[in-house]
Design a binder for this molecule. Structure first.
Ligand code: DON
Length: 308
């Protein structure tokens, strides 16, 4: 079953690493600026339970925007498609992930759940009586997907983002003004920054990617961890909006449903075949891991992973 081998993967990592020098570690969240820009690790998880990895796979990465896909899955399960898509759209955008511009147009409904405005709406829909309860529901879901009970969030990264999330607060006030969210903005930012600070290794990322690749089924037990339709919607968003306003180019060059985060993580799901987790913190100007995208391109070409 396993066509991916460790030496080959290690060689691809070494080939992709030099591209990191053209990128920059995110520093608008101060705690993320500490990352080593030359780091690059990858894990490939196959349905038979095998994992092949290269680079330092013990390093933990905060999910940042990767969490948007996981919160979306949970909220679709909590509320159903109709209710979710009444508040957030399904269309990709050419605007950057933190743009406020489109919220000024009518209707103010965010274009999709992968940009910050849409993700804040999704997070506001996570059910529970308090921020800790809602965060714990999301964490419990993420732990089930990763098959790892120990996953938690980085308090340091969450605090660092909470202290500096002025743009996200602005998005929330716009959304509140237009009646799309209804909750206290500080509470929502508290939950959202903790969600973004959930941290894991690229092996965990790969395992979650595999669950999406298997239409929501647990690779070990075969039991559904989310309905097939939820997995399908999430994978579709990964293709159309997962790499932000670089999603079109990524679809042509790589062709794998994937979601990136400003920490330099990428979660990818190759339908029926494998999950891939990558960590490479040097980013391009759109917020995607530069070496990580190069590495995925190489993997896609070598193993014919494009879905198109
Ligand atoms: O809300 C933010 O700005 C960050 N917590 C997440 C943004 C992000 O990861 C965009 N990704 N490429």
């Amino acid at each position: 079953m396993l066509v991916y081998n460790q030496e080959e993967l290690a060689r691809f990592v070494e080939e992709a690493k030099p591209y990191a020098c053209y990128g920059k570690v995110a520093d608008y969240i101060p705690a993320l600026a500490k990352a080593n820009p030359n780091e690059l690790s990858v894990a490939v998880y196959t349905p038979d339970g095998e994992v092949v990895s290269a680079g330092d796979v013990t390093v933990k990465v905060t999910l940042q925007s990767i969490s948007k896909i996981l919160a979306l899955a949970l909220v679709l399960m909590d509320h159903g498609e109709d209710e979710v898509f009444r508040k957030v759209g399904m269309e990709p955008t050419d605007y950057p992930f933190h743009s406020i511009a489109k919220l000024e147009e009518k209707p103010a409904k965010p274009l999709n759940p992968m940009i910050n405005a849409g993700a804040l709406v999704v997070t506001s829909m996570i059910e529970g009586g308090s921020v800790p309860e809602r965060l714990n529901r999301l964490l419990a879901f993420v732990r089930r997907l990763a098959g790892n009970e120990h996953i938690s969030y980085s308090d340091e990264v969450a605090r660092s983002e909470f202290a500096t999330a002025f743009l996200n607060r602005s998005l929330c006030y716009f959304l509140k003004q237009h009646g799309i969210i209804d909750e206290d903005v500080e509470e929502l930012i508290d939950l959202y920054t903790k969600q973004c600070a959930i941290e894991m290794t690229c092996v965990d990322l790969a395992r979650i990617g595999l669950v999406f690749a298997l239409d929501g089924r647990d690779p070990h037990s075969g039991k559904p961890l989310m309905p097939l339709d939820v997995a399908r919607i999430c994978k579709t968003f990964m293709v159309t909006c997962g790499m932000y306003n670089a999603s079109g180019e990524f679809a042509i060059k790589v062709g794998i449903p994937a979601k990136s985060g400003v920490s330099g993580g990428i979660l990818a799901a190759v339908p029926g075949r494998c999950g891939i987790g990558i960590f490479g913190p040097a980013l391009d100007d759109k917020g995607n891991s530069l070496a990580g995208v190069k590495l995925l391109e190489r993997l896609s070409k070598t193993y014919s992973l494009s879905i198109f």
